[in-house]
Design a protein around this ligand. Structure first.
Ligand SMILES: [Ca+2]
Ligand SMILES: [Ca+2]
Length: 218
């Protein structure tokens, strides 16, 4: 196992290694995220970008034998996961691979170990493993913690988000994504949002509580 400080060095060392070994480890050495679009809806006007809140299902597999190590459909009661893109909430390769997706799109994303779980791996992913994710994206909310998103959700423009306002927004997003859900589904997401964001526990999300990344003035 070599230890290298940067990706470029890794690629260089790997190239030398290839000369000696006929490149049998070729799947691990190119260091790039590979994206394969499995399904793209005809209406693909809004695509995900860094900072967006996306709602996704994703299944993780080991590239070497195709065995599944994660499935969001069976984790956390099967709810799609809420992920803010580009902030390290998920492994780097997914942050990269989920950019530019529109609601309803499905992708297969192949991620080298350095952009996944690294040299050490993370149980049950073994060390230096190339992983593969199948991602289905349901909704994209523009700049989830931005002024733009806050204003969109704040229907009465009082600079406070109520549960009803957030629910309305969720419903709209899901309907736009072509996958409307039942009430208990929205209630669970809202409970999660308030648990994480309503820091003063007053049952409302203020602009300050909403803007956890502080990248926009409210
Ligand atoms: Ca309001
Ligand atoms: Ca509050």
């Amino acid at each position: 196992m070599w230890r290298t400080p940067t990706r470029s060095v890794l690629v260089l060392v790997s190239s030398w290694f290839c000369l000696w070994s006929l490149c049998t480890a070729a799947d691990d050495v190119d260091g790039e995220v590979k994206i394969e679009v499995l399904f793209k809806p005809l209406d693909c006007t809004q695509t995900s970008k860094k900072g967006d809140l996306v709602n996704v299902h994703y299944d993780g597999y080991l590239a070497k034998d195709g065995s599944q190590f994660y499935c969001s459909r069976s984790d956390k009661a099967g709810h799609p996961q809420w992920v803010v893109l580009g902030v390290g909430q998920v492994i780097k390769g997914l942050d990269i691979g989920m950019i530019g997706m529109c609601p309803g799109e499905k992708r297969k994303i192949t991620i080298p170990p350095m952009l996944a779980f690294g040299e050490k791996g993370k149980d049950p992913v073994p060390p230096s493993a190339t992983v593969l994710f199948e991602v289905e994206l349901f909704t994209v909310s523009r700049g989830p913690r931005s002024m733009e998103a806050f204003k969109e959700m704040d229907l009465d423009a009082d600079k406070i988000l109520t549960k009803a306002e957030i629910k309305e927004h969720l419903k709209m997003s899901y309907e736009k994504g072509g996958k409307p859900r039942d009430d208990p589904h929205y209630e669970k997401i809202i409970a999660d949002i308030f648990y994480k964001s309503d820091t003063d526990n007053d049952g409302l999300i203020s602009a300050k509580e909403f803007n956890i990344y502080g990248h926009d003035e409210l």
